[in-house]
Design a protein around this ligand. Structure first.
Ligand code: SF4
Length: 100
């Protein structure tokens, strides 16, 4: 089981129109990753005109529901860190997703 102190960080996020994004960093307390087969969407993404989150805090991966990823264990992320950005037609994706 992944311990809370070892939660993966969102090392970088290039989704500038997300309310939690400031200077390519995610400031949500934690993000949730999910998606249909073959996809790993950041479902915390929210395009708003206001900015939110916790200032200087860098988000962690709070939960990951993408069981097809090689880093997923017990519905948590075991990657050292993840990158979030746009892949294909979706708005915000975990770019670290690697199909097992
Ligand atoms: S790297 Fe894999 S397990 Fe970690 S958040 Fe992305 S899709 Fe989920």
């Amino acid at each position: 089981m992944t311990e809370l102190t070892k939660m993966s960080k969102v090392a970088e996020c290039s989704v500038a129109d997300c309310a939690y994004n400031e200077s390519d960093a995610c400031h949500a307390g934690a993000v949730t990753i999910a998606g249909p087969s073959g996809q790993a969407d950041c479902v915390t993404f929210i395009p708003l005109s206001v900015k939110g989150g916790f200032g200087q805090l860098t988000a962690a991966v709070g939960a990951c529901q993408q069981l097809e990823c090689t880093y997923n264990a017990d519905l948590e992320c075991g990657a050292p860190a993840i990158q979030v950005g746009v892949r294909g037609s979706t708005k915000a994706d975990c770019l670290t997703f690697a199909e097992a």
